[in-house]
Write a protein that binds this ligand. Structure first.
Ligand code: UDP
Length: 326
């Protein structure tokens, strides 16, 4: 039986990856320090004989007994609110954390895939973004801690590939949504749906003309799975090219939730990218992958998930407190 380590395994993407690898017949070890991850995302897996959970911070030395075939490095805060609250940890998990993962991979002779991001393109001057674009990133702005950590992570991964001959894969993930997003992490979809469920106004930052392209999580997981099993070591964009303005997105959410929410406008956060859309030519050619789930379908499933949560979870916060000073 193949064995896979998934860092950030209790997070939004990590937990869906755990599900997928269990379904494919792997032995799955999920690792998470639970700053932004949540055990409720994986509690259904605890009784599974092929699943283990390690409560550990990947920024510290990682010890995993036994063999490993694959390591998926998905541990990281991933929303602008989180970067502001825990900037040092965001930098550490993308630098010290990947170094530990790559070192572990060498010892275990495992293949590594790292979660990179469309944020490596910053506030992009090329549209849509191809993998060849080097980006337009402010290293000292609020997003710098995330963007630069992810860029460093790519560089480190490439160095292990070229210098040590390690098998590595890099996925550049564009905005993704689905069940198990954290309701109060500040990202736009849980923000809008959370506001609808709490009976609050919808907050659009700026005039809402900025664009994003939202990918449903099952499509993303399929792309990651294919990339891991491919023999392509350079970065590949995985995302849904269906681009929409945030204003249109707010209107879709209001329609979906059937509420008469008012839209209120708030200042645009510093360095908020004006546009974002993946060019997925590479993923199509190399992986035969493209997204299958429309926004209407994906949003309906996601809304049902949030609606089914106990009411007190509408006010959940992440467990930042314990880590704030580290
Ligand atoms: N956004 C918004 N209202 C909110 C939360 C976010 O208008 O309550 C905007 C945000 O300014 C950005 C877009 O929605 O332009 C997507 O934000 P998110 O944090 O989800 O992702 P990212 O900016 O990293 O793509």
């Amino acid at each position: 039986m193949k064995r896979v380590l998934i860092t950030g395994g209790a997070g939004f993407l990590g937990s869906h990856l755990c599900d997928r690898f269990i379904k494919e017949g792997y032995f799955v070890i999920a690792m998470d320090n639970l700053i932004t991850g949540d055990l409720r995302n994986i509690e259904h897996l605890f009784k599974h004989p092929n699943f283990e959970f390690y409560h550990h911070d990947v920024s510290k030395f990682i010890h995993v007994p036994g063999e490993l075939d694959y390591i998926l490095h998905f541990a990281s805060p991933a929303s602008p609110i989180d970067y502001l609250k825990i900037p040092i940890q965001t930098l550490k998990v993308g630098s010290l954390g990947i170094h530990n993962c790559l070192g572990l991979a060498r010892v275990k002779k495992a293949r590594v895939i790292i979660a990179s991001t469309s944020e490596v393109y910053g506030d992009p001057l090329v549209h849509p973004q191809t993998e060849e674009y080097w980006g337009h990133v402010n290293p000292v702005g609020p997003r710098g801690v995330y963007d630069e950590a992810k860029r460093f992570q790519e560089a480190m991964t490439m160095a292990y590939h070229t210098y040590h001959g390690l098998e590595t894969r890099i996925v550049r993930i564009f905005n993704t949504y689905g069940p198990r997003m954290r309701l109060n992490d500040g990202r736009v979809l849980p923000a809008f749906i959370g506001q609808a469920l709490r009976g609050e106004d919808i907050t659009i930052f700026g005039d809402g003309s900025q664009t994003r392209s939202f990918c449903y999580v099952a499509d993303l997981v399929e792309g990651i799975y294919r990339l891991l099993l491919s023999d392509y070591a350079y970065p590949v964009n995985i995302g849904n090219p269906a681009e929409i303005t945030i204003k249109q997105f707010a209107e879709e959410i209001i329609k979906l939730t059937g509420t008469d929410q008012k839209i209120v406008y708030k200042p645009l956060p510093k360095d908020d990218p004006k546009q974002r859309q993946p060019d997925i030519t590479k993923a199509k050619e190399i992986l035969g992958w493209e997204p299958k789930v429309s926004r209407a379908e994906g949003l309906a499933i996601t809304y049902d998930y949030f609606r089914s949560l106990p009411k007190e979870r509408l006010y959940d916060e992440a467990n930042h407190r314990d880590f704030e000073k580290r």
